[in-house]
Design a protein around this ligand. Structure first.
Ligand SMILES: Nc1ncnc2c1ncn2[C@@H]1O[C@H](COP(=O)(O)OP(=O)(O)O)[C@@H](O)[C@H]1O
Ligand SMILES: [Mg+2]
Length: 384
């Protein structure tokens, strides 16, 4: 199977030899001439395997490898190290830095190719066996539009990362997405790239290329970014995409639009929990009652929790009245954070990070904690 391979070596002769060898087997080769460039290209190009020379300008191969192992998205990336010296000490350092293989120059192209193929295959098998460790899917949905769904999804994702979770935020909407604004991102690719694909065409590599790693550590798959990208999703997209995403993280947080088309319904069916967001006022509560019916009809394994966001800082309906009308106990009422929220958005840093002591942030932190606990109890009941 052809793969995308990053080759980091400052020797033009060796570059040519290795690149030609790999290309003969139809691999795509990207070349970096120093360690910094290698790191940058690994981040932007997301190769399947890396070949690293040790002696390179700017950052040496050991440090590049150490750096790769420090980040969740590259900690298992296959790395082959090339050394000019072949001393045992150097080899040990390479393996300590986290290299999977170690080759001494002069390089025999056939040996290199065999190692590349073996390593790619081993990695494929490893990843398949990791499938059992699936991430949890939490969808955030509004009773209607503009109630604070995206804000909650963004802040919850950021908070979970602080709790050392590996989190992907999926903005599953067919029209303009605002998640990018919350993180001050200008993504060059969005979910629109997958819009009309057959479910089987959605590979992990493709998904990886669309994910943007934010400075907060949350990885996001942004909704469409321009009017030209708007349009309905193929119904199968939601299920296929989530099937991929859950193998890549601990949590997938989905920001859903108010209109539930077939694709969004399938996302909900693949979710473990839904946070249904309302405002403490009548129209939103009436809409929420319909939503609850809609969700109950959709799936009987889905846990729905209702959360009110008191954006205006006034409870136009009392908590008791809301709960009576909906026949559920609210999970929480998130406090108003108008000014702080607009500052956070302007700076592109979620409130849970920029002002972790804000009451809104404290409520979100508590929600994150409860999510973790609900997992523990779900696991316990399964093992009973
Ligand atoms: N707790 C809050 N207090 C005050 N304003 C809020 C709060 N949560 C969200 N908002 C504001 O409400 C508006 C709509 O929020 P958004 O999350 O985009 O809603 P939705 O995704 O439901 O359309 C935004 O301007 C946002 O800053
Ligand atoms: Mg929104």
């Amino acid at each position: 199977m052809p793969a995308k391979i990053l080759l980091a070596d400052d020797d033009p002769m060796l570059q040519k030899l290795i690149a030609n060898t790999l290309k003969l087997e139809h691999h795509e080769v990207i070349v970096a001439v120093n360690g910094q460039e290698a790191l940058d290209l690994i981040r932007s190009e997301k190769p399947d395997l890396v070949i690293l020379d040790i002696m390179m300008p700017v950052i040496n191969g050991f440090d590049v490898c150490t750096e790769l192992r420090r980040h969740p998205e590259t900690e298992t990336l296959p790395v082959i190290m090339l050394s000019g010296l072949g001393q045992v000490q150097e080899k040990i350092m390479g393996l300590r830095a986290g290299a999977d293989e170690y080759l001494t120059k002069p390089i025999d192209p056939r040996e290199l190719l065999t190692r590349v193929e073996m390593l790619l295959e081993r990695h494929r098998i490893l990843r398949q066996s990791a499938v059992g460790k699936t991430g949890r899917v939490l969808s955030v949905l509004g009773a209607k539009g503009g109630v604070g769904v995206t804000t909650l999804a963004v802040n919850l994702a950021a908070r979970l990362v602080q709790e050392k979770k590996n989190v992907i935020l999926l903005e599953f909407r067919p029209d303009f997405g605002t998640v990018a604004v919350h993180f001050n991102l200008k993504p060059t690719a969005s979910l629109a790239a997958l819009r009309t694909l057959e479910p089987t065409a959605i590979t992990e590599q493709m998904v990886n290329r669309l994910l943007v790693k934010t400075e907060t550590g949350v990885r996001v798959l942004c909704g469409p970014q321009s009017a030209g990208e708007f349009g309905p999703f193929a119904p199968g997209l939601g299920g296929a995409l989530l099937g991929r995403l859950v193998t890549m993280c601990d949590y997938v947080i989905v920001d859903l639009p108010p209109l539930l088309d077939e694709a969004a319904e399938l996302v909900l069916k693949s979710s473990e929990q839904v946070f249904l967001v309302i405002e403490p006022e009548l129209t939103s509560v009436v809409a929420a009652a319909h939503r609850l019916e809609q969700l109950a009809a959709l799936s009987n394994t889905l846990t729905t929790r209702v959360i009110a966001v008191n954006r205006q800082g006034v409870m136009l309906l009392s908590l008791r009245e809301i709960e009576n009308r909906l026949g559920v106990v609210l999970l929480d009422v998130l406090p108003s954070a108008a000014d702080a929220m607009s500052v956070a958005v302007q700076f592109g840093v979620p409130l849970t990070l920029s002002q972790s002591k804000h009451v809104y942030s404290e409520h979100v932190a508590e929600l994150a904690k409860q999510l973790e606990q609900s997992k523990a109890s779900a696991l316990r009941s399964r093992s009973l």
